[in-house]
Write a protein that binds this ligand. Structure first.
Ligand SMILES: *[C@@H]1O[C@H](CO)[C@@H](O)[C@H](O)[C@H]1NC(C)=O
Ligand SMILES: *[C@@H]1O[C@H](CO)[C@@H](O)[C@H](O)[C@H]1NC(C)=O
Ligand SMILES: *[C@@H]1O[C@H](CO)[C@@H](O)[C@H](O)[C@H]1NC(C)=O
Ligand SMILES: *[C@@H]1O[C@H](CO)[C@@H](O)[C@H](O)[C@H]1NC(C)=O
Ligand SMILES: *[C@@H]1O[C@H](CO)[C@@H](O)[C@H](O)[C@H]1NC(C)=O
Ligand SMILES: *[C@@H]1O[C@H](CO)[C@@H](O)[C@H](O)[C@H]1NC(C)=O
Ligand SMILES: *[C@@H]1O[C@H](CO)[C@@H](O)[C@H](O)[C@H]1NC(C)=O
Ligand SMILES: *[C@@H]1O[C@H](CO)[C@@H](O)[C@H](O)[C@H]1NC(C)=O
Ligand SMILES: *[C@@H]1O[C@H](CO)[C@@H](O)[C@H](O)[C@H]1NC(C)=O
Ligand SMILES: *[C@@H]1O[C@H](CO)[C@@H](O)[C@H](O)[C@H]1NC(C)=O
Ligand SMILES: *[C@@H]1O[C@H](CO)[C@@H](O)[C@H](O)[C@H]1NC(C)=O
Length: 483
């Protein structure tokens, strides 16, 4: 306030009166937003219905009232000098309606200074208006998680300053317009969970600065262009999962030396993981699950010492798991189920201190079940060893896995050995226990054992001899939600 009076004391009386007058009748700040921009924004408020009840968001447009400075409204930001509206962020606002209507937002003359338009997670329907291509200042356009349909308008290729294009989780169809290859400043392109078809246009190879590309859950076909590995040298995250890509994984992907996340899980890749993947030294997450990959465990992956997640499940791998798997000393997720691996569990696996989720189930692992050296502070929460050909008794060392929540030992062939459920009694967090078909002569006595397992809510002991003299175990309310 002091600054205000100081400054007007320097200008003539009549002028300062005008300033005062405007201040009294308009808004608390002297620099108001432009009326034509305010009106365009107010029209958005009138055009789109707020879903009632607004469960997953906040009805942000409620704060928009005519007789105030629109630069102070919720979800709007203005340029500090010129007071142009530069950001409109209506994410999670429970808005419903058709963007392609006669709506004000496309009074382009008025909102052409927008650099950020975020309409994500609403209930917008209909086509994306091609006039969006006229917001030539846009650097961020986020229309994800709505119900847009139709195709991507090729005019979006005119947004030459665009760095982020987020269109995931809508219902668009058709092919990706080649014009998107004109967006040379693009760093993030997310098109996942739509219904896009066709091949990846070769023009996308022009997007040299792309760091994040996600095309998951569409209907793309053809082979992955080998140019991906050559041009996209800045990529840190590449997700191509759940499409109809086919053929082999291109060797060139091994030259994406900045990758941290690579998701190739889907249904049609054949052959082997290229040897070049041994150079992806910054990779933290690699998923190739549910393909038709074959051969032995890809040993060059043991070079990827930053891996925290390795998912090979649902392929056709054979042979042994490598004894030196603990070279992956940061591993948290190790999923290799649904292959045809043989041999024992690699003794060093459980010495990895970060390991939390392990799924070796549904393979042909055999020999006695041993966990080898267990880390001193095991983080393992989920251990699935079921449906293999293991023989012998349940290893007592399992009781060291004090954070275990889920354990699957189904089809462990104890060859008639006795089974002592009390070895699980130290596992205070155990919620789900699967012990079906243990080929034991022991009668599992629920009354004697269940009281030990205080957190348990799911127990599968089918295919064994079971006794329970106390029917309250299966009565109402049940101790277990699933038995
Ligand atoms: C929009 O606002 C939400 C919070 O409401 C925020 O999480 C999001 O990052 C914002 N979008 C942009 C592009 O800044
Ligand atoms: C914008 O894109 C459309 C379709 O791609 C094109 O026909 C039009 O000439 C472009 N406009 C400008 C101003 O570049
Ligand atoms: C934009 O992309 C289209 C299709 O790839 C191309 O024909 C056109 O020349 C490009 N325009 C500019 C300005 O680069
Ligand atoms: C790509 O990024 C580099 C480094 O950030 C920058 O110098 C260059 O201008 C960018 N290229 C384009 C086409 O934006
Ligand atoms: C996806 O596109 C195909 C045509 O390519 C169409 O047959 C199918 O109905 C579409 N699916 C959805 C959910 O829109
Ligand atoms: C891009 O990918 C990196 C690495 O996975 C990730 O940390 C980052 O959040 C992603 N950025 C965007 C905008 O999705
Ligand atoms: C890991 O063990 C395999 C044999 O299982 C061996 O071929 C490979 O060279 C070893 N890798 C490293 C990095 O020591
Ligand atoms: C495990 O299975 C492999 C392949 O079927 C077999 O060669 C090996 O003898 C078996 N090992 C044991 C201990 O049964
Ligand atoms: C278990 O750990 C000890 C000490 O770290 C080591 O000497 C031994 O070789 C390990 N055994 C196996 C089977 O990895
Ligand atoms: C079950 O164990 C008995 C020994 O008690 C053994 O003779 C039998 O072969 C085992 N069953 C199977 C299917 O391996
Ligand atoms: C039956 O089991 C319940 C719960 O474990 C216990 O409270 C009750 O005393 C038992 N009754 C008999 C007769 O064992």
């Amino acid at each position: 306030m002091i600054g205000f009076w100081n400054s007007i004391s320097l200008i003539p009386i009549s002028l300062s009166f005008l300033f005062l007058f405007q201040d009294l009748f308009a808004a608390p700040t002297r620099h108001l937003c432009h009326p034509e921009q305010r009106d365009a924004i107010l029209e958005i408020k009138n055009e789109f219905k707020i879903q009632n009840p607004c469960i997953d968001g906040l009805p942000k447009t409620v704060s928009w009232v005519y007789n105030s400075d629109c630069c102070s409204w919720d979800s709007i930001r203005c340029d500090a000098n010129f007071r142009d509206v530069i950001m409109l962020n209506l994410s999670d606002s429970c808005l419903h309606g058709q963007l392609n209507s006669k709506i004000s937002i496309f009074r382009l003359q008025n909102l052409r200074f927008l650099t950020t338009l975020d309409l994500s997670n609403n209930d917008f329907i209909g086509k994306i208006p091609s006039s969006l291509g006229n917001f030539y200042m846009l650097t961020t356009l986020d229309l994800s998680r709505n119900h847009f349909s139709g195709e991507i308008p090729s005019s979006l290729g005119n947004l030459s300053k665009l760095a982020t294009l987020e269109l995931s989780s809508n219902h668009f169809g058709g092919e990706i317009p080649a014009s998107l290859g004109n967006l040379s400043k693009l760093t993030t392109l997310h098109l996942s969970h739509n219904n896009f078809t066709g091949r990846i246009p070769s023009s996308l190879g022009n997007l040299l600065n792309l760091t994040n590309l996600s095309l998951c859950a569409n209907n793309f076909i053809g082979e992955i262009p080998s140019s991906f590995g050559i041009f996209f040298s800045h990529l840190t995250s590449l997700s191509l999962c759940e499409n109809n890509f086919g053929g082999e994984i291109p060797t060139s992907l091994g030259s994406l030396s900045h990758l941290t996340v690579l998701d190739l899980s889907q249904k049609n890749f054949v052959g082997e993981i290229p040897f070049s993947f041994g150079s992806l030294k910054t990779l933290t997450s690699l998923s190739v699950e549910n393909n038709k990959l074959s051969g032995n465990f890809p040993l060059m992956l043991l070079n990827l010492r930053k891996l925290t997640e390795l998912s090979l499940y649902g392929n056709k791998y054979v042979g042994k798991l490598p004894l030196n798997i603990s070279l992956l000393s940061n591993l948290e997720f190790f999923y290799v189920s649904g292959n045809a691996f043989t041999g024992t569990t690699p003794s060093s696996l459980f010495s990895i201190p970060s390991l939390a989720y392990v799924d070796l189930s549904n393979n042909q692992l055999n020999g006695t079940l041993e966990l080898g050296n267990i880390s001193l502070s095991p983080k393992i929460e989920d251990l699935r060893l079921g449906n293999n050909n293991f023989m012998g008794s349940i290893p007592r060392s399992i009781s060291k896995l004090s954070n275990l929540e889920r354990l699957d030992l189904s089809h462990l062939n104890t060859q008639g050995c006795s089974v002592d459920l009390s070895i699980f009694s130290h596992l205070k967090s155990l919620k789900r226990l699967y012990l079906s078909h243990l080929n034991t002569t022991t009668t599992l006595d629920l009354n004697a054992n269940l009281p030990f397992l205080k957190s348990l809510d799911t127990l599968d002991i089918s295919g064994n001899l079971v006794s329970s003299e106390n029917t309250s175990l299966v009565s109402d309310p049940p101790l277990l939600s699933e038995l």
